[in-house]
Design a protein around this ligand. Structure first.
Ligand SMILES: Nc1ncnc2c1ncn2[C@@H]1O[C@H](COP(=O)(O)OP(=O)(O)OP(=O)(O)O)[C@@H](O)[C@H]1O
Ligand SMILES: [Mg+2]
Length: 406
């Protein structure tokens, strides 16, 4: 029997990352192909020009097919960008069995009831519905409630939602590119799937994904998602500031950032420190002061971290996540970023690392790939369990497909 494969696609604002994974019958997972293409038609992680986005998607898929020997496999897409958000809500049902024993069916009904109670703007779609706690007859249940007895069952559910318009844009893009989509999941949940250990999720942890136009945060606690936020600033803004600061084209600013950018302590040259003036050592590419470059980067990065801190404060987790911060996304390649994170958020921090992959794992080593890998991992898990990961979008997706496809 051929192993089962799945493709995960991260439609980022700067680039589309596509990865093909294959699951062995022994539970191992191999990277069998990857491709990246510049993405057009997105703003802040949201598809705004379907034609342009569809072209980019076609390029990415073509390149993936060339790079990989992919047999069967479903294609899953990650949805990120501004407009992604979360809400919690509660639902109460009567336990249905005469003997008062809670059944799986009761749990489902309680989650549906919490969905009905969701104060939801009409134009939002649910991407995940994850029950995070249950009460039986007003008593909190810490374990699986199935098999316990009572009269009333209450579920509290964590919903990840997205603007319907954004969801529709994604489906139309896949349709236009002639790529059949199996399901869509949120990118923060996908990255968490690829990067976090069970223990980290248990004690409290945050994934900080610094992309090009956005920075996404997702917090887990007691094994469940706790909050999620998309900030409208990313590493691309740093590049823009460098372009303005040095009055140079964006492409050159990007090179300057990638090759010489750093927030490492003591990256200043001894000569600069001594004289406080530009010395030969401070000049890179023959023109630019490294010190000025560092200042520009730090200024913009501090905006991102201020907003992150604000979110942590808002949800009452400032300095309170023992699992710390896992920094990911292309922007996490900046030297010194973990130390910077530690210092600014007063939390432990580590760089994203994807474990337990075989095959061409070197290709997805860069944290920019965590989203795509996570999406494909969820696809594999869904296939194995035959279930919808974290209350997936299957229903929503099918409804939309019926609504606008022939
Ligand atoms: N070595 C590096 N140093 C600093 N920044 C880097 C480095 N390598 C890549 N980046 C930055 O990472 C960003 C791209 O990251 P990523 O691929 O995660 O973004 P994206 O997913 O396309 O965007 P978004 O998530 O905002 O939609 C770019 O701004 C790029 O400049
Ligand atoms: Mg991204």
């Amino acid at each position: 029997m051929r192993n089962y494969g799945a493709i995960g696609i991260d439609f980022g604002t700067e680039s589309i990352k596509a990865v093909a994974l294959e699951a062995g019958t022994d539970g191992s997972v191999k990277v069998v192909g990857t491709s990246a293409a510049l993405s057009e038609g997105l703003r802040k992680g949201v598809i705004v020009d379907i034609d342009a986005a569809a072209k980019s998607l076609s390029h990415a898929i073509e390149a993936l097919k060339k790079s990989a020997d992919i047999g069967s496999g479903n294609i899953y897409a990650g949805i990120g960008g501004v407009g992604l958000s979360f809400q919690k809500s509660k639902g109460l049902v009567a336990v249905s069995r005469a003997d008062g024993e809670v059944s799986k069916e009761d749990l489902k009904r309680a989650v549906s009831a919490s969905e009905s109670n969701l104060v939801r703007a009409q134009n939002r779609e649910i991407l995940h519905s994850i029950p995070i706690s249950y009460k039986i007859d007003n008593e909190t249940v810490t374990h699986d409630p199935i098999g316990l007895s009572g009269i009333k069952l209450e579920a509290e559910t964590f919903f990840v939602t997205v603007f319907a318009q954004h969801f529709k844009g994604l489906l139309k893009t896949f349709d236009e590119a002639g790529v059949s989509l199996e399901d869509a999941v949120s990118l923060p949940m996908a990255s968490a799937q690829a990067l976090l250990s069970k223990r980290e999720k248990e004690v409290g942890v945050m994934v900080l994904d610094i992309g090009s136009s956005t920075t996404s945060l997702i917090i887990f606690e007691e094994n469940y998602p706790y909050s999620l936020e998309i900030l409208p600033i990313g590493s691309g803004h740093i590049t823009n500031d460098i372009a303005v600061g040095f009055q140079i084209p964006i492409e050159e600013a990007e090179k300057l950032k990638v090759n010489y950018g750093t927030v490492e302590k003591n990256s200043e040259t001894p000569a600069t420190k001594r004289t406080g003036k530009n010395s030969a050592d401070d000049i890179v590419y023959g023109h630019y002061s490294k010190k000025k470059l560092t200042n520009i980067i730090e200024d913009r990065l501090s905006d991102i971290f201020e907003l992150t801190e604000k979110h942590l404060k808002k949800v009452g987790r400032e300095g309170l996540l023992p699992g710390g911060v896992v920094v990911t996304g292309g922007g996490s390649n900046l030297p010194g970023i973990t130390e910077y994170t530690r210092e600014h958020l007063k939390l432990p921090a580590r760089l994203a690392e994807i474990h337990n992959l075989g095959g061409m794992r070197e290709k997805v080593k860069n944290p920019a790939w965590a989203g795509a890998v996570g999406v494909a991992l969820i696809a594999l898990e869904n296939h194995t369990n035959g279930g919808a990961f974290a209350g997936g979008t299957k229903g929503t997706l099918m409804r939309w497909l019926r609504a606008f496809l022939p």
